[in-house]
Write a protein that binds this ligand. Structure first.
Ligand code: FCB
Length: 440
């Protein structure tokens, strides 16, 4: 049996644009995801987050569901365009009031609110001014962070600045698969830097609270022991993991990553003191883990999100896959956690997302198996000394899965989008049992 410490934090996660809907209500301004999802061909089936799971109107019912599951904490994101419809300047109190009501409701039910300040919904006017590749966006983010902090500091202890800056930078500005849909490799690297800078500037204004960031890290494996494949793995580990971890935790970009990117950028956008700002002390690191990456060297250039490394191919690891096509491999989570604890010791870690999309409406045995296996990896990591403090299942509800639209369902709670009816899947009941026992 795998037993967890009574202090271990059990949670579930969502994000604003994926569940709230109500995109034109109470003064909310447009975000890059409104614009992008309305672009023909950008999302499967032309789906958008305009209605999503209607959480903006149903948050009370959703918090009651969470209480029924026995969650200790709920990870959600705050929509910047609700708070500052133009991305700077004027604040709309109605937007802040929604998060005041939500956090009050959570606290009344004994659930800790775990907000993320930025889960990809950049106010459109800031993208019109250049978006994350522009340095000013980092300052705008810190301004917004200060506004939200002032409004919610009495209710919130753990703040997460950004969710998965890798996706914002490289899917948003290199592959164009995510909003704003640009394909400019140099802009993507600048975006990554300004996201990190925004984190560092925001960390300053969040003083007195516990501050963290969530990264989508993965275990990168070479396809063979050959030198070319080893080098491919080093490169991908560099541009997926270390390009964020090292500035945050060592106040430096890795030398090898800078060399790999030499044809893309000279890093002239990095100003004196930026790295010191970025490396503000972190109280915790959030990790989103779904699958490992197996990579090999390619003889022909292949287009990937990994700018600067066109000669690298992502391989099929031959393992079963979830409904969205991601390989299932819980060993990758163990390896990732162990590596982090070794390379960046003593930093409290939380799994802020882990889960699976399967097309099994309510009898979702495959999801239970996925969650069970990954939680066992967590328990093993903790037993070997990794300071893992909590776990958030992705996701509480079925929701708008970005470019995949509504076809991919990650929820432990089923949402019937026609009626907005919520129904617990078997995985939700199973998870409630795990939380209650504190054991698998
Ligand atoms: C992560 C995102 C989250 C969700 C999951 C499946 O990359 O942070 O919003 O879409 O993937």
């Amino acid at each position: 049996m795998s037993t967890f410490d009574p202090e271990f934090l059990w949670g579930a996660a969502t994000s604003g644009y994926q569940i709230e809907g109500a995109v034109a209500e109470d003064g909310r301004g447009p975000s890059i995801w409104d614009t992008f999802s309305a672009t023909p061909g950008a999302t499967d089936n032309g789906d958008t987050g305009a209605v999503a799971a209607d959480h903006y109107h149903r948050y009370r019912e959703d918090v009651a569901l969470m209480a029924g599951l026995g969650l200790d904490a709920y990870r959600f994101s705050i929509a910047w365009p609700r708070v500052q419809p133009l991305g700077s300047g004027r604040v709309d109190q109605r937007g802040l009031d929604f998060y005041r009501r939500l956090t009050d409701e959570l606290l009344e039910r004994g659930i800790e609110p775990w907000p993320t300040l930025y889960h990809w919904d950049l106010p459109q006017p800031l993208e019109d001014a250049g978006g994350w590749p522009e340095r000013d966006t980092a300052s705008r983010f810190a301004e917004y962070a200060a506004i939200v902090h002032e409004a919610l500091a009495d209710r919130v202890t753990h703040w997460t600045t950004l969710n998965e800056p890798w996706c914002s930078a490289f899917l948003g500005y290199a592959t164009g698969r995510h909003a704003p849909g640009r394909r400019e490799p140099a802009a993507a690297v600048r975006a990554a830097h300004h996201l990190l800078l925004g984190h560092g500037l925001a960390a300053r204004v969040l003083g007195g609270s516990r501050v963290g960031i969530t990264l989508n890290l993965t275990d990168v494996r070479p396809h063979s022991a050959g030198e070319a494949d080893q080098d491919a793995a080093r490169r991908i580990d560099g541009i997926q993991n270390r390009i964020f971890l090292d500035p945050l935790l060592r106040a430096a970009y890795p030398d090898d990553v800078q060399k790999d990117l030499a044809d893309v950028t000279d890093f002239g956008h990095v100003q004196d003191d930026d790295l010191e700002t970025i490396a503000a002390p972190l109280d915790f690191l959030g990790i989103n883990y779904y699958a490992p990456l197996l990579v090999s060297a390619a003889t022909e250039p292949v287009p990937t999100a990994y700018v600067g490394s066109p000669q690298v191919r992502v391989m099929d690891g031959g393992r079963p896959r979830t409904g969205i096509g991601w390989e299932i491999d819980e060993q990758g989570l163990f390896a990732l956690l162990s590596g982090l604890a070794r390379d960046y010791p003593a930093l409290p870690l939380y799994i802020t997302e882990n889960g699976a999309a399967f097309d099994e409406p309510l009898h979702d045995d495959a999801r239970i198996a996925y969650l069970d296996a990954h939680l066992r990896s967590c328990a093993r990591a903790i037993a070997s000394g990794v300071p893992l403090k909590g776990y958030f299942a992705w996701s509480l509800l079925d929701n708008f899965e970005w470019a995949y639209g509504y076809a991919q369902r990650f929820g432990i709670v089923h949402v019937d989008y026609a009626t907005q009816r919520r129904t617990l899947k078997n995985s939700a009941r199973w998870y409630a049992g795990v939380i209650e026992r504190g054991a698998l």
